[in-house]
Design a protein around this ligand. Structure first.
Ligand code: ACM
Length: 686
């Protein structure tokens, strides 16, 4: 994909002309996400008609039947064709040939490969396992493209398998509880982009989110009533399995465990009212965020008895081979301040609190093993003496992942995939768990299992969560599935925006929630000028929001920052269009026209947006509307000077650059997405 073609596509989508879709030639527009390992385009097309049928000709089970039935329904929704025919063997449009069910409990060893051949007369999907077939069905769906008045699949031959075996998304349900319907639609989205691990962060300082029948006070006192029942958990595990996705639960211990201590204060390490660690508490759920002193007591056998019973109960509920024990950000303060624990450390030759945490993990491992689980934890569990079977999830940096691989531990990468940091899809996409030129040996490289996007929930609500996850997570999914050398950002965005629209079919609100939010904030349906403004804004990053707003669990998440999307298309579109224009200002007429249209749109929208922003919850960001108009006018003036090859007046450049600098400040907790290219444009004026 050349920049020129990509830009033409951008113009098509942005101006709503649908330029690519209108093409009448039978040209294959590759919108697959993730890209397959091997794709060859053949000649011809498979037409989709009401006679479309699918059959499973070798093996089938309820899971495969369900996946095929869902595909048929989605094909109907996509094409408007009523596909009523029952699968007739022998004459099916899509034949699905699967060798067997695959693993009874899906593990990271599951065979996920498939091949898909589409010809003018039919499509053939082959896979060793149902999970492979599920992935292949998603590819089949993504191949559907409009042609003329109908829909076709291009003739292709695809052989596909994932680069990494662990392609995950973590959701933190503790800091802000995420209702079951959010979890369900997120799993749908994950399946669409072939992710295979849903990592469910179920306990933290701000809430304990899963029902325990053995220790009911965990949720009775530690959840504000917001938790998942065991029946709901079982339903989610089954729903995920039906889509080829494992569910790895996380119970974060020994730190980040305040919500446990509300109901079971004796688990804590404080000195207690008798100064000996007894009669502890009372503890309360934390409303604020951060790292807190309360931590489980690793020196008492009662702690392990409790964990044995609790983790045993959870091991039955979550069939996955792995149990995530967190292990992050324990400051050790309660351990340092408790004379009894200090005595224990001396007696056991434990030099510091890190060593005591390793002792804790050591005691935990046989408990997990007894319940059939392997241990996974965050970076901090990586310490001398850690059992080699433990998997390390690296959040502190790529170097720590490489260090653990060199030491013989398997690991997954999350540093660089933190969705709450509000980075661009581009930035996430270029982060690689195993980059080209890595100094790991083949054996060490095999320890890099993959990666996980992380959706920490300090700053998300059930309304905003989708736009924080999607579509950026689809770019991460491609990084983890597709070949290492696929790094064309232009082409990634072109496909990402198509995939983003496809994802809406699952009820995901990542696009719709912005409009809903703007309507609510402005108190009117007439939000067109606000949409123009919101289209070039994005939320400030995690730390900025935290510092500027002093957020807590009780902070309402319903302002402009919660409505606007991270990395909206404007950021990349304006960037590449300005770059294309500046390469040849006299020749790049399409790019110039597009820039002028955008700038004029900003100028026109500004006064109306300003009026709407008198609404109470928009007022703090009202300066953004004025700035939008000023930026648009600046852009138009710059184009004008560049057209005429005319020197701008002496102070023009200075005043416009100052205006852009001013607009960089995080007013109203939102930032403009277009300031860097605009600055380049102004700087290019003679
Ligand atoms: C983490 O971000 N504390 C795992």
């Amino acid at each position: 994909m050349t920049v020129r073609l990509a830009t033409a596509f951008l113009f098509g989508t942005l101006l709503g002309t649908g330029a690519m879709a209108q093409s009448s030639s039978p040209q294959f527009v590759n919108t697959l996400m993730p890209q397959p390992a091997h794709l060859s385009v053949q000649s011809g097309t498979l037409e989709l008609t009401t006679q479309f049928t699918a059959s499973e000709d070798k093996f089938h089970d309820a899971r495969l039947d369900g996946a095929v039935a869902r595909l048929l329904k989605r094909v109907e929704n996509q094409t408007g064709l009523q596909i009523a025919t029952a699968p007739a063997s022998g004459s099916a449009t899509l034949t699905v040939t699967v060798d067997g069910a695959g693993e009874v409990i899906q593990s990271d060893d599951e065979n996920e490969s498939y091949s898909l051949d589409v010809t003018a007369s039919g499509a053939h999907l082959q896979a060793a396992t149902v999970v492979g077939a599920i992935h292949g069905l998603e590819t089949f769906y993504q191949l559907i493209q409009p042609q003329g008045a109908g829909f076709i699949l291009p003739a292709v031959s695809i052989q596909d398998s994932p680069r990494f075996r662990w392609r995950g998304l973590m959701i933190d349900s503790s800091r802000h509880f995420q209702p079951i319907e959010v979890i369900r639609r997120t799993i749908d989205g994950m399946a669409a982009v072939k992710m295979n691990v849903f990592h469910w962060h179920l306990s933290d300082d701000q809430g304990f989110r899963v029902e325990s029948k053995v220790f009911p006070k965990l949720t009775e006192l530690g959840s504000d009533g917001d938790f998942y029942t065991q029946d709901q958990v079982r339903a989610i595990v089954a729903y995920a399995r039906d889509r080829g996705i494992r569910v790895v639960p996380e119970f974060d211990i020994p730190g980040h465990a305040l919500s446990w201590l509300v109901g079971y204060p004796d688990l804590a390490s404080g000195v207690g009212s008798d100064g000996k660690g007894n009669n502890q508490g009372p503890y309360a759920i934390s409303r604020i965020y951060g790292i807190f002193d309360p931590v489980l007591d690793p020196t008492r056998e009662n702690t392990y008895k409790f964990l044995d019973k609790f983790l045993g109960e959870m091991a039955d509920l979550f069939p996955d081979p792995y149990m995530h024990i967190g292990g992050d950000e324990n400051n050790g303060v309660q351990w340092k301040n408790n004379p009894r624990i200090q005595e224990f450390m001396k007696a056991h030759n434990l030099a510091d609190t890190a060593a005591l945490q390793t002792y804790f993990n050591h005691k935990l491992l046989p408990i997990l093993q007894k319940h059939g689980k392997k241990m996974i934890g965050w970076d901090e569990i990586f310490a001398p003496g850690l059992d080699k079977e433990a998997v390390i999830q690296s959040w502190r940096g790529f170097d720590s992942l490489a260090a653990s691989a060199k030491a013989g531990y398997s690991g997954i990468l999350s540093a660089g995939y933190y969705l709450d940091h509000i980075n661009s899809a581009e930035e996430h996409y270029l982060v690689d768990p195993l980059p080209a030129g890595s100094d790991l040996t083949p054996e060490q490289s095999a320890h890099i299992l993959g990666g996980e996007a992380c959706m920490w929930s300090e700053h998300i609500s059930p309304r905003s969560v989708d736009s924080r996850i999607w579509p950026r997570t689809a770019a991460i999914a491609e990084r983890l599935w597709s070949p290492q050398n696929l790094r064309d950002v232009d082409d990634m965005y072109r496909r990402l925006w198509v995939e983003s629209v496809r994802l809406e079919d699952f009820g995901l609100l990542h696009l719709a929630a912005e409009d809903m939010g703007l309507r609510k904030l402005a108190g009117t349906q007439e939000i067109t000028p606000l949409k123009t403004l919101a289209g070039v804004l994005q939320p400030v990053g995690f730390s900025e929001r935290y510092q500027l707003q002093h957020t807590s669990q009780l902070t309402p998440m319903d302002h402009l920052i919660d409505a606007v999307r991270p990395d909206p298309p404007s950021r990349y579109q304006v960037k590449i269009t300005v770059a294309e224009y500046l390469k040849d200002p006299a020749g790049a007429t399409a790019a110039r026209a597009q820039l002028a249209a955008w700038f004029q749109q900003w100028v026109d929208a500004a006064p109306k947006a300003q009026q709407l922003m008198a609404a109470p919850l928009l007022e703090s960001a009202a300066a953004r509307a004025q700035q939008l108009g000023d930026l648009g006018a600046t852009g138009l003036q710059a184009l004008d000077y560049l057209d005429k090859k005319q020197n701008a007046p002496a102070d023009w450049k200075q005043s416009k650059l100052a205006l852009i600098e001013e607009a960089k400040k995080p007013v109203g907790l939102v930032r403009f997405t277009v300031l860097d290219p605009l600055q380049e444009l102004v700087n290019a004026v003679p």
